[in-house]
Design a protein around this ligand. Structure first.
Ligand code: MTE
Ligand code: MO
Length: 195
């Protein structure tokens, strides 16, 4: 298991970001309910890529995987330390699709209609993962199972639960909460909560 709980050092911050409190629970935060996802769902990658991908869950799980110990910071003020996430890293997935030179931004799409965006440079890092296990168990549906994104360098709204695909963009666009007043940048160590 790769331990990336020292990520805060890169951001010149303490392990617990300012204004956060640690919880051992794992609260659930969703804009609506937990969506039901068809059994034959596929994960899609499209936009500014060489090869649009459409992968079954089985095919996705055949890509090289990683298990990481990560901290999780919710913009509403709680942090959960030492989450064990298992899945495919963003760079592995992006390599597989072959990202075009003019791609600069990414939009994650989810089965509940949720979207969230990040600059490509800020998701082209191993800590950004498409995860299907939490602490050795299948990711619970309310936490985004079967598949979610995790972004330990950002507040957790940058990590789409029930992720259905990733769109590579040649310009920046805003996702669901980013259009509704949450910070576009979402750095927990700078308390970039609301815009
Ligand atoms: N698809 C989807 N992903 C989502 C959300 C959502 O409503 N839908 N909520 C976001 C928010 S605001 C947070 S804080 C985290 C919460 O993750 P958790 O419910 O596993 O704690 O998921 C993020 N990802
Ligand atoms: Mo959130």
């Amino acid at each position: 298991m790769k331990d990336v709980t020292d990520l805060h050092v890169e951001f010149d911050g303490k392990r617990l970001p300012p204004g956060q409190r640690e919880t051992s629970r794992f609260p659930v935060l969703s804009k609506g309910g937990t969506p039901s996802i068809p059994n034959d769902w596929t994960f899609e990658a499209w936009g500014a890529v060489d090869e649009e991908l459409s992968l079954s869950f089985e095919e996705l799980r055949e890509l090289p995987t990683q298990t990481q110990k990560q901290d999780f910071h919710c913009v509403t003020g709680w942090s959960r330390f030492d989450c064990g996430f298992h899945g495919v890293t963003f760079p592995t997935l992006a390599d597989r699709a072959g990202v075009d030179d003019d791609a600069v931004h990414v939009m994650f799409h989810a089965h509940d209609g949720y979207t969230t965006n990040l600059p490509l440079s800020e998701c082209a890092r191993e800590e950004v993962m498409f995860a299907w296990e939490l602490d050795g168990e299948p990711l619970p549906a309310e936490h985004g199972g079967p598949l979610r994104v995790v972004t330990p360098h950002k507040y957790a709204y940058k990590g789409a639960k029930w992720v259905s695909g990733v769109e590579f963009l040649t310009e920046s666009e805003r996702g669901y909460w980013e259009k509704r007043g949450y910070s576009n940048t979402a750095n927990p160590w700078e308390e970039e909560r609301y815009a």
